[in-house]
Structures are given as structure tokens and as C-alpha cells.
Ligand binder design. Structure first.
Ligand code: B12
Ligand code: SF4
Length: 380
């Protein structure tokens, strides 16, 4: 392979992956506040996880995905809505007719759908068709990784009114605010049909939430939380949590690296944004008290990327007596050192897998663009 040619296609003169420029990420400094008084007409919001069994994919690969992202958005919009409901048609294995009945019974004004990844893209139009068959007046909104990575493709679905591109918490809130007569449409983070005609208006990726401590606890009271947490999946994989019930926790978003295969920097940004150690510990404490959780799966993009912050988090878990057994996948081995590993173990770490990507150092370094030193990796 002509390495120079391959690299030229991947990175620009500044050494960044080419499409970073198009993403043009900005940080959202202050969370959006909508004055309750300005809401003229409170809306009923329904979130739906489509049933992935409706499409012909290898559904054996599916996991039980707790809709924590929807619960997080729900807790942010709670004060401006008339009511919020979440239907998980994948977990409950609902047929299309069963879902239709539940939507018709609830009578939502706005429905938000989530699709975790491209692999399951085709369930989105199936679901919007079910919704619009019930009423053309229901506003349909699609979010999640598939939507933010492919907004124009997603909008080819004529039954879809909006795609939310990026983090949904404040963009969706503003969208609801707009339909409630309280504010304008969001300036960023949405794609929609202009004046109802064919032409699309893509307002680009939303700003990235700068201070994740602004976010309230996820609204787990909207789901049967424990039913997601008492089992993992049906595979006999080694990375499963060591005790039940367990909780998935995301302590940070984004990753500053530029591995060529990975979508994280273009989804959650190349800015690493982290919750403070106490904000995370408060959530662990709450989950223990409220739901009796006995283990944690961290779901961060790159938990260890900022070593100082990762160590501070593990230290705080130890200081506050919150040393539950925890697991984490895809650990950046290039961030490990003795102190980090000691703190991980002391705070409860029972399993990590490390991301080496290739047996060839040249491929990992020059094609994958992962900053991995094999001698260091072997040592740890
Ligand atoms: C955690 C995680 C998992 C967990 C899932 C846990 C769960 N409960 O969802 C597990 C380990 C199971 C998993 C598995 C896989 N994953 Co994964 N995973 C992730 C990861 C690291 C974080 C997801 C997350 O929680 N993000 C944090 C929240 C805040 O973000 P979010 O979910 O996107 O939600 C926000 C927005 O999207 C938006 N939003 C979401 N839904 C909605 C809905 C509405 C209405 C609105 C308005 C907004 C909105 O607002 C939310 C809040 O800000 C992502 C990387 C990433 N950063 O996205 C990869 C990622 C999604 N995974 C990926 C892949 C490929 C996989 C696997 C296929 C890997 C494999 N080969 O097995 C499997 C398949 C899973 C399956 N369904 O079968 C790819 C997807 C690429 C793509 N374009 O499709 C990603 C992007 C990683 C990557 N390196 O590129 N994964
Ligand atoms: S270090 Fe991990 S999360 Fe970051 S870009 Fe590389 S593969 Fe993606």
C-alpha cells in the first residue's frame, strides 16, 4: 500500500482527520432556559425505541439497551411538558399493531424516536409510518447516532418532520418550546423540510454541552429500570458485569484522538467533556439507594483520556465509599500507568478490555491513527 497516499486521504495539513473541519463543533456555554410562563400550550411527549426485530438484520447481536439517553432528555424537558412517556418496543417485542395501539391510546403531540446506529436505520421509517397513519398532526423527531451521522438520508423519509443532529437535551427542549409557542426553532442541531416542501434545511451539528454537571439525573422513573438491570445479554461474553442489578453510567462525552475508523469525534466531538467526580458519585449513590445497584458499566467514549480527571474520579469513588465492582470496554491502553491501574482496582474495576486494533504497529499508528506505543502497551 502507498502509505503516503492513504494518509493524504485521511488527514489534512494540520494533522486532523479531514471531516473534523466540516463538523465545526462549538461549545454550548449555558444551558437553555425556557420560562414556564411563556409556554402557551403544554405538549404531550412520547419517546419510542423502535423494535429492531422488525428489520432483517442479524438481531442476535442485539443487547438490552437501557434508554438512558431518552431518560436524560426527559429529565431536561420535564418542566415544560404536559406529560412524558417512553415505549420500548424492542424490549417488549411489540408488533407494529401493538405499538400503533399504544400510540393511539396515549395521543401524543410530539414523538421522539431513537436509533443507536446505522445498522438499524430501516426501523425509523417503519415507525414514523405507524405514527403518521394514526395522525398526520403528530410531529415526528428522530435522534441518536444514526440520525446525527446521516441526517439527509434520514430525512428522505417523508413521514419524518425533524432530525436532531447532536446532543438532544437542549435542542429537543427548544423544539418543544417552539411547538408550545414559547420560542423560535433551534438555530443549530436540526434538519427539516422548509415550509413543508421538498427542500431540506440542515442547520448543522448542535453545540456540544460544555458543562455536563448542568444535566439532572436521568428520569428512570419513566421506565421499569430494574427490568433492564437484572440481566446483561444472552451472550456468554467475558465483559459482562460481575453483579446485578447493575447500571450503565456515562461520566464523559467526546474524545480528542483521531482514530480513522471511529465515529466518536464526529458524534460527540473531539472536545473531551467530563462530569465532575462528585456529580458522578452523586449518581452512583442515588442509584444504590433508589435501585440497589451492585455493579456499574461505564459507557464513556474514552474514560481514561484525561488521566488527571480519571484518577480524580476513581479517588473520589474510594473516598466516598462508592467502590462498586465496575467494568469498562475499549480502554485507551496508551493512557494507563501504575497509579491509574492501582486506582482503578481500588475503586472496584473488575474488567477492562484494551483497544490495540491491529497486530501490526505500523497499521495501528499510520492507518488507524491511534497513538499507541506497542512497547508501552505490552508493559501494561
Ligand atoms: C455505550 C455504547 C454502546 C453500548 C450501548 C449501551 C446503550 N444503552 O445504549 C453497547 C456496549 C451495548 C454498544 C454496542 C455496540 N456498539 Co456502541 N457505542 C456506545 C457509545 C460508546 C456511547 C453511546 C452513548 O451512550 N452515548 C452517550 C449519549 C449521550 O449519546 P447518544 O446515545 O447518542 O444520545 C444523545 C444523542 O444521540 C441524542 N439522541 C439520542 N436519541 C435521541 C432521540 C431524540 C428524540 C432526540 C431529540 C435526541 C436523541 O441525544 C442524546 C443525549 O445527548 C457510542 C459512541 C457514541 N459516543 O455515540 C458507541 C457507538 C454508538 N457504537 C457503535 C457500534 C458499532 C456498536 C456495535 C455494533 C459494536 C459491535 N460490533 O458489536 C454494538 C452493537 C449494539 C447493538 N445494538 O447490537 C458505533 C456506531 C457507529 C454507527 N454510525 O452506527 C458507535 C458510534 C461507536 C464508534 N466507535 O463509532 N455500544
Ligand atoms: S481513542 Fe477510542 S474513542 Fe477516541 S477516536 Fe480512538 S477509538 Fe475513538
Amino acid at each position: 500500500m502507498d502509505l503516503q497516499k492513504a494518509q493524504k486521504g485521511l488527514i489534512d495539513k494540520q494533522g486532523r482527520r479531514k471531516y473534523f473541519k466540516e463538523l465545526n463543533p462549538k461549545l454550548l456555554e449555558k444551558p437553555l432556559v425556557i420560562d414556564g410562563e411563556s409556554i402557551k400550550n403544554k405538549k404531550k411527549i412520547l419517546f419510542i425505541i423502535p423494535n429492531f426485530h422488525w428489520i432483517d438484520e442479524d438481531v442476535n447481536a442485539l443487547w438490552d439497551l437501557i434508554p438512558w439517553n431518552l431518560c436524560q432528555i426527559a429529565s431536561v424537558i420535564d418542566d415544560i411538558c404536559a406529560d412524558i412517556k417512553i415505549i420500548d418496543s424492542y424490549k417488549d417485542n411489540l408488533s407494529e399493531d401493538e405499538l400503533a395501539k399504544q400510540i393511539a391510546d396515549y395521543k401524543p403531540d410530539i414523538v421522539g424516536l431513537t436509533v443507536l446506529m446505522d445498522q438499524y436505520a430501516d426501523v425509523a421509517p417503519i415507525t414514523t409510518k405507524i405514527i403518521k397513519n394514526i395522525s398526520k398532526n403528530i410531529i415526528t423527531v428522530l435522534g441518536g447516532v444514526y440520525a446525527m451521522a446521516n441526517p439527509m438520508r434520514a430525512m428522505k423519509d417523508k413521514n419524518l418532520d425533524y432530525v436532531v443532529i447532536g446532543e438532544g437535551e437542549y435542542v429537543f427542549k427548544q423544539l418543544i418550546g417552539f411547538y408550545s409557542g414559547a420560542c423560535d426553532l433551534p438555530e443549530r442541531g436540526i434538519c427539516f423540510r422548509k415550509n413543508g416542501n421538498e427542500e431540506l434545511e440542515n442547520r448543522g451539528h448542535s453545540e456540544f454541552i460544555k458543562n455536563l454537571d448542568d444535566l439532572p439525573k436521568p428520569a428512570y422513573h419513566l421506565i421499569d429500570f430494574l427490568s433492564y438491570c437484572n440481566k446483561y445479554n444472552d451472550r456468554k461474553n467475558v465483559d459482562r458485569v460481575p453483579a446485578y442489578p447493575y447500571a450503565r453510567i456515562v461520566t464523559s462525552r467526546g474524545c480528542p484522538e483521531k482514530c480513522s475508523f471511529c465515529q466518536v469525534p464526529s458524534l460527540q466531538g473531539s472536545y473531551f467533556r467530563a462530569r465532575s467526580p462528585d456529580h458522578v458519585c452523586d449518581e452512583i449513590e442515588w442509584l444504590k439507594k433508589e435501585y440497589g445497584i451492585k455493579a456499574i458499566q461505564f459507557d464513556d467514549d474514552n474514560l481514561a483520556t484525561n488521566t488527571k480527571r480519571a484518577k480524580a474520579l476513581f479517588r473520589r469513588m474510594i473516598e466516598r465509599g462508592l467502590t462498586l465492582p465496575w467494568v469498562y470496554s475499549a480502554t485507551a491502553v496508551f493512557r494507563l500507568d501504575t497509579e491509574m491501574i492501582d486506582l482503578m482496582v481500588e475503586s472496584g474495576c473488575e474488567y477492562i478490555n484494551v483497544a490495540i486494533e491491529s497486530g501490526s504497529e505500523r497499521v495501528t499508528r499510520d492507518i488507524v491513527l491511534k497513538p499507541l506505543d506497542y512497547d508501552h502497551a505490552k508493559k501494561w
